[in-house]
Write a protein that binds this ligand. Structure first.
Ligand code: KG4
Ligand code: ZN
Length: 350
């Protein structure tokens, strides 16, 4: 298969949260994307339970690697390198992936790349749209993170422009869904319900949008509380809760702030390209509003398909392939998991 390769053949492992993802990528070419999710085991708790996630990763790891290799038509010894999410994420969950990746790298005598989960959410876009435009502004919105990043070089130069000071955007979706009696994870349910509701029926607050507020930071906990108070008041007054309207108005408050700040970051840094990533980037209203606002501002937008926005192994393999192709030093054999790995560290170098 060497003649069809567009870059190093890399097997990527993702276990930072509740998805055991194994992807196989050659350059910008996606060869396999196998995902085993433990989300249903967490649903009754209303959030991811770290110990349950770690155990599920352990059980899913080897079968998912085998499935990815079968899908790609390769054997593990064909790969040029192994990549794995080294952080940020849940420590116990990360450790399962890191231990597996180290074992494969040692057994196969291949270089190992411990990569940053957030950088991987950006790198995944190369699988659909080719080489990244650099510099770019990236808006990363997931269950654990909401960040605005400046990406000068996806293999080594990322700076943080701002991030959430409390809840992540996806966390706000999940918490509001719970208030509305919707299943976990709530983002896709709110996305779907909102299409039948009226976004301007309720005026929910837009956090950190005052003239003296940090322009690129986010806050969603006040919004979540405002939704809870609004719903409580209706229930206390014996009135029914218009769930679709609340979902639509809440969603609008989130995506309004996200897109306004992302476009502002592009304008103020003079950067033409905006990239969206992370699970919340699967949200239809966020994608649509970003498209409109980016076009109005004369900017360009890149958004991966929804299946590549949520956690997966292909994003880790994509970043690993870019790192290997750029000749970035690989990680040491004693690579560890770092639950708070800063986004400025794209990969852990020896
Ligand atoms: O990136 P991801 O799969 O995992 C983390 O790194 O956290 O993101 C998961 C988050 C969850 O909070 C989920 O509710 C949210 O992404 N999400 C969505 C949608 N699909 C997933 N939020 C809004 N609309 C969606 N369509
Ligand atoms: Zn993620």
């Amino acid at each position: 298969m060497a003649e069809s390769r567009s870059g190093p053949l890399v097997l990527g492992i993702e276990t930072s949260c509740d998805e055991t993802g194994v992807g196989i990528v050659a350059g910008h070419k996606l060869l396999a994307d196998a995902v085993a999710s433990s989300v249903e085991e967490h649903a009754r708790f209303g959030g991811v339970v770290p110990e349950v996630a770690s155990r599920a990763h352990l059980e899913a790891m080897i079968p998912t690697v085998h499935r990815a290799c079968a899908d790609a038509g390769i054997t593990p010894s064909d790969v040029d390198a192994i990549a794995v999410t080294a952080g940020p994420g849940l420590t116990g969950a990360l450790l399962v992936g890191v231990a597996a990746a180290k074992a494969y790298a040692l057994a196969l005598a291949k270089p190992l790349y411990g990569v940053n989960h957030l950088a991987a959410h950006v790198a995944v876009d190369t699988l659909e749209h080719g080489a990244l435009p650099e510099p770019a502004v990236a808006l990363l919105v997931s269950g654990g993170h909401s960040s605005l990043l400046r990406v000068d070089d996806i293999t080594g130069s990322i700076t943080s422009l701002g991030s959430t000071i409390d809840d992540a955007a996806g966390e706000a979706f999940d918490k509001v869904a719970r208030i509305l009696g919707l299943p976990f994870p709530g983002g896709p349910h709110i996305d779907r319900l909102a299409t039948t509701g009226s976004a301007d029926s309720i005026a929910f607050p837009r956090g950190l949008t005052g003239p003296r507020d940090a322009p690129y930071d986010f806050s969603f906990s006040g919004l979540k509380t405002a939704v809870a108070r609004w719903v409580e008041r209706r229930e206390r007054d014996g009135e029914s809760v218009p769930v679709a309207d609340v979902a639509a108005a809440f969603q609008e408050a989130v995506v309004d702030v996200l897109t306004a700040k992302a476009v502002r970051a592009c304008r103020e840094t003079g950067i033409e390209h905006l990239i969206l990533g992370g699970g919340v980037a699967a949200n239809r209203r966020l994608r649509a509003l970003a498209e409109t606002r980016v076009a109005t501002a004369g900017l360009r937008l890149r958004v991966p398909m929804p299946g590549l926005c949520t956690d997966n192994g292909a994003m880790v393999a994509a970043l690993g392939s870019l790192l290997a192709g750029a000749g970035v030093p690989s990680s040491p054999n004693d690579l560890g998991a770092d639950s708070t790995l800063p986004v400025t560290l794209v990969s852990v170098r020896a």
